[in-house]
Structures are given as C-alpha cells and as structure tokens.
Design a protein around this ligand. Sequence first.
Ligand SMILES: NC(=O)c1ccc[n+]([C@@H]2O[C@H](COP(=O)([O-])OP(=O)(O)OC[C@H]3O[C@@H](n4cnc5c(N)ncnc54)[C@H](OP(=O)(O)O)[C@@H]3O)[C@@H](O)[C@H]2O)c1
Length: 234
Amino acid sequence: MTDLGSAHVLVLGATGGLGGAIARRLAASGARLTLSGRDEDRLRSLAAQLGEVGPDAVVTTVAADLTRPDGPSSVVRAAHDAAPLTGVVNAAGVVAFGTVEDLDDDTLDEVLLLDLVAPIRLARAAIGVLPEGGFLAQVSAVVAEKAMPGMAAYSAAKAGLTAFDAALATELRRRRIRVLDARPPHTETGLAARPVAGEAPRLPQGLDPDAVAARVVQALAGDERDLPSSAFTA
Ligand SMILES: NC(=O)c1ccc[n+]([C@@H]2O[C@H](COP(=O)([O-])OP(=O)(O)OC[C@H]3O[C@@H](n4cnc5c(N)ncnc54)[C@H](OP(=O)(O)O)[C@@H]3O)[C@@H](O)[C@H]2O)c1
C-alpha cells in the first residue's frame, strides 16, 4: 500500500474536471499537493478550496504551458524545490474532433504536443526526482484501447502515451517507481464541449468525474499498475 497521507503529489491539469477531482480526493486522503495548470488565478482559487480540506493540503501552485519544450521540466523542478516529490499525476489534456481530411497542422501539433510529447517530457523530468516507492500516473483514455473515427489524432496520441507508459513501467520496475496508466471512458468534465477543433458527436452520458477520480486515487493507494477502461465501469 502507498501511504498517501505522507505523500507530496504534483497534479498537472489540476484546473480541469478530472485533475480537480483527483486533487480533492488526494487532499482528502491527506496528501500534500502542488497544483499545476495554465491559469494562476484558477489555481489559487482551487488551492483556497483545498485549504478547507486541510490547512497544509497545498504546498504551492505552478502555472505553465506544457506544450512548451521546457514546460514539464520546469513544473517538476518548481514542485520538487518546494518539497521533495513522491508522486506525479498528469491530468492535462485536450481533445480534437473531425476527420483526418480536415485535420490542420495547428490542431495536430497541439494534440500531439499536449497529449503525447508533454507526458513523455514530464516522465523524463519526474524520474529524475521521484524516490523509490514513488509513482507517476498518466491519464490516457479509452481511445488508446479502441481508436475512434473522427478522433484519429487524439486516439493516436493516447495510444502512444499508453505504449510509452508500458515501456517506462518496465524500465522503472527495478527502481521501484510505479507507472500507472489510466484509460477512463467518456466522463462528464466538459472536455468534449471545448475541443481545440471540430465538434463532438452525440455522446452517451459519461461517467461522474468524482467517481473516476476516486478510482484513480484508490489505484494509487493500492499500488495498482494499470487502469484499463473496464476498471472504471466494473
Ligand atoms: N473527459 C473525458 O471524457 C476523458 C476521458 C478519458 C480521458 N480523459 C483525459 O483526462 C485528462 C483530463 O481531461 P478533463 O476531462 O479533465 O479535461 P478538462 O476539464 O478540459 O481539463 C484539462 C486540463 O488540461 C489543462 N491544459 C490544457 N491545455 C494545457 C496546456 N497547453 N498546458 C498545460 N495545461 C493544459 C487545462 O488547464 P487550463 O485550466 O489552463 O485550461 C485543464 O487543467 C485529459 O488528458 C483527457 O484526455 C478525459
């Protein structure tokens, strides 16, 4: 078991639907958090809310754009300088809709940079500071298991991330740093309503973000190494 009560966890995408719910669940488990997103004001307001869960819940906030080459490493450095890190949860991401014919370069760049390249840069930075017994959790998506037409770039980015996580998990086994790849199904965070391109198709009712967050935090505490989409609906 991982004692979250003694952990300092960096949560990226903390201003988002899933990241915020994961941060609240971690804080309720007694973890101390560094919160990261792009908007400092929203980070401060989340930190104030979490301060009500526990006065020491938030170590610091770090605003950064993860699509910049130095974004992921600068966030890890700032968090670790504030207090030694024991875990990292990456819930930053964007989605894009539309056919491959309509996929323009800016959209392709943004989706691949944030959903695939940034998590790889983040992992590279995190494994330089995480201790034995530490963890890195990456929020991939169900489309990593079943690619969706009209979401080809997003599906490719998430499938790439899940493949990366599997290779990294094996590399880090001897160092006892755990990599958790989580692949939730559609969840009602509003992500699909703010795509970087295109328009979402009609989607069935998604999962409750708090239930998804609870399952991720349960996996972190319980030393799980993989959260396939089926783990969220069982
Ligand atoms: N919702 C779903 O149906 C679903 C299902 C499976 C997997 N996921 C994955 O779960 C993760 C979180 O999604 P969500 O539903 O919580 O979406 P969300 O509510 O839109 O949150 C996205 C988060 O990513 C951050 N972000 C966006 N662009 C960024 C950038 N360039 N640099 C740094 N941070 C950036 C946002 O920060 P700002 O506040 O600065 O915009 C926000 O904190 C994503 O990776 C998504 O692919 C979502």
